[in-house]
Design a protein around this ligand. Structure first.
Ligand SMILES: Cc1cc2nc3c(=O)[nH]c(=O)nc-3n(C[C@H](O)[C@H](O)[C@H](O)COP(=O)(O)OP(=O)(O)OC[C@H]3O[C@@H](n4cnc5c(N)ncnc54)[C@H](O)[C@@H]3O)c2cc1C
Length: 353
């Protein structure tokens, strides 16, 4: 089959690209290996209120689990409270709603379909329908790769190889919270622990950069959860467990010929915080816009996408990478953590000095 723009991945980046394309009337096909878009959830689900500039959150009410007012940073025996308004999402519903919106606007969605090969000579992707076990080809004018972190197409855009390895449980929350909490501990090296509330539940996780850190993730998460239990914050029952990778090397190549990369596939997670949902939406929307303009004008405008993404993210990501690599090695004990936290974490004014 043929389409103007094929999009690999129907996470926030890919669905945002499809929405942008369909709004401009450009035929597009979204392909995702997941049979149900949004599942499994591999996310702590916090997004800043800045998302409202890009997504009408009032139309996605069931995708919002609860609102957040503050972010607490617990580091070196001190706790800092910062303004940090945002939402805890139901990521499964959020991702599904975005893909449904794309379909309502005219995108075609093939779920349960794994793209296993790109033929760049023929401008064609080869797809396996996972359920039916049939393979088919989709020919495209432009291809958007929104396939998440460490995807099988990473050889097409040079990738940094540093990832946060994250492990998270969903558990019972014993106190109502209107804030997200990040914990810096010497037993969570090159990373941090978090507790993000979901009304009566909480996402509790740790993420550490590998290979620089060689901690055992399960043991590290257990120790962190035990600490939260001793504070009376969470119960013992593990309701769900998830894991995933977060790229922290900064921007990858953003375009290659008629291929454009967005979201985690473009390395657009913040190199210190690991936040990537909003950046996936911003970059996906822009990727869709520039691909649409290119189709309409029969002229490749993807370099403008690259320039716009770089103007938004490059400087701040370079700063964040530099801080990550300079400061984390100094934060291996309580003294190092308390001395450096304000320089490392972007909600402190000192970060920007
Ligand atoms: C444990 C964890 C916690 C996190 N917590 C937060 C948080 O609280 N806040 C935040 O902002 N960010 C968080 N992130 C990061 C955030 O989840 C990502 O930045 C975001 O999901 C990126 O969106 P995306 O659309 O680029 O990629 P994804 O959401 O990963 O979507 C990629 C899609 O591509 C599909 N795909 C991949 N390969 C193929 C293929 N070959 N064929 C077809 N389909 C394919 C996948 O099935 C998937 O649906 C977290 C990440 C992890 C791992």
């Amino acid at each position: 089959m043929k389409t103007k723009v094929a999009i690999i991945g129907s996470g926030p980046a890919g669905s945002s690209a499809a929405i942008a394309l369909s709004k401009k009337g450009i035929p597009n096909i979204l392909i995702d290996k997941r049979r149900t878009i949004g599942l499994p959830v591999q996310c702590a689900e916090f997004v800043s209120s800045g998302i409202s500039s890009y997504v009408d959150m009032n139309s996605l009410l069931s995708a919002v689990n609860q609102k957040i007012q503050y972010i607490y940073i617990n580091a070196g025996n001190k706790t800092y409270k910062h303004a940090g308004s945002g939402y805890i999402l139901n990521r499964d519903i959020f991702d599904l709603n975005l893909s449904e919106k794309a379909v309502q606007l005219g995108s075609k969605l093939f779920a349960g379909s794994r793209v296993y090969k790109i033929d760049r000579q023929k401008n064609c992707i080869e797809v396996l329908d996972v359920l039916e076990k049939i393979v088919y080809e989709i020919y495209y004018d432009y291809l958007i790769i929104a396939a998440g972190p460490n995807n099988i197409f990473k050889s097409y855009n040079s990738h940094g190889e540093s990832y946060i390895y994250a492990l998270q449980i969903k558990t019972e929350l014993l106190r109502k919270l209107d804030s997200v909490f990040c914990y810096f501990r010497n037993y969570i090296p090159y990373g941090y622990g978090w507790i993000f509330p979901k009304v009566n539940y909480a996402n509790v996780g740790i993420g550490v950069e590998k290979p620089v850190s060689d901690v055992n993730l399960s043991a590290c998460l257990k120790k962190f959860a035990d600490e939260l239990k001793s504070e009376g914050l969470i119960g013992s029952e593990v309701i769900e467990k998830t894991s995933g990778l977060v790229p922290v090397s900064g921007l990858n190549d953003l375009i290659s010929g008629n291929i454009v990369f967005c979201g985690d596939a473009a390395g657009l997670t913040h190199p210190v915080t690991g936040a990537g949902i909003l950046n996936a939406i911003i970059s996906g929307s822009l990727a869709g816009d520039y691909a649409a303009d290119s189709v309409k004008a029969s002229k490749n405008f993807l370099n403008d996408y690259k320039e716009e993404i770089e103007s938004i993210f490059k400087k701040s990501f370079l700063t964040a990478c530099e801080k990550r690599y300079r400061l984390y090695p100094l934060m291996n004990d309580e003294y190092g953590i308390s001395k450096n936290i304000k320089l490392l974490w972007p909600s402190f004014e000192e970060y920007y000095v």
